[in-house]
Write a protein of this length. Structure first.
Length: 202
């Protein structure tokens, strides 16, 4: 099967595909924790990172075949153990990437011109008879940092009445009140480490 000569008539933007695939994971996959551009201490920043009771999902969005080929040069693609996600997918407009082009164990999600989203290769929903052929060996240290970053942001940020993420400053006591409750103030070195973590989370 050769490459598709005629590109899709509808050109989706990167963010549009992100939103559509994230919605698909939450509806078809019934996954309740779905995040975009999840950042942590390691270099990989998945376009979509999702978590359910069975494991973690990572989706890399591509809007061109050239971008897909360039992705293979990333160090965590060459060494899958340095990446995140028990299940990993590429997502693109229909035909930009062919199923036979994706690396072993990777899945492929198509966004069609009519707005439909579907998995054409990889672990499907609600279940897959042989999930092991698509399952990556997880790097639990990296996954821990990813989840830690998400929980940290979820605790300190929230959706405001205008629909935007806001820092919930009023939900926390200040340092003086905190230490008056009997907590021990951190050392200068510990404060420096916390400041660095906050910068990494931004």
């Amino acid at each position: 099967m050769g490459r598709q000569k005629n590109p899709p008539k509808k050109k989706y933007k990167h963010g549009e595909i992100q939103d559509m695939v994230a919605a698909y994971l939450m509806t078809a996959g019934r996954i309740r924790i779905v995040c975009k551009e999840a950042k942590s201490k390691h270099r990989e920043v998945p376009d979509i990172y999702a978590v359910d009771r069975r494991g973690t999902y990572m989706v890399e969005v591509k809007v061109s075949h050239k971008d897909f080929l360039a992705d293979a040069r990333k160090p965590f693609r060459k060494r899958p153990k340095e990446g995140v996600g028990k299940w990993r997918y590429y997502a693109c407009p229909e035909g930009i990437i062919l199923p036979e082009e994706v690396p072993p164990k990777w899945g492929l999600i198509y966004v069609y011109e009519d707005g439909r989203v579907g998995i054409v290769k990889g672990k499907k929903f609600p279940s897959e008879k042989d999930e092991s052929r698509y399952t990556f060996q997880q790097n639990y240290e990296l996954e821990y940092w990813m989840l830690y970053a998400l929980v940290r942001k979820a605790v300190s940020w929230g959706i405001g009445s205008d629909g935007f993420w806001k820092y919930n400053k009023d939900d926390f006591v200040d340092k003086d009140e905190y230490y008056a409750m009997g907590e021990t103030p951190p050392s200068e070195e510990e404060e420096t480490e916390e400041d660095e973590e906050e910068l990494d989370d931004e």
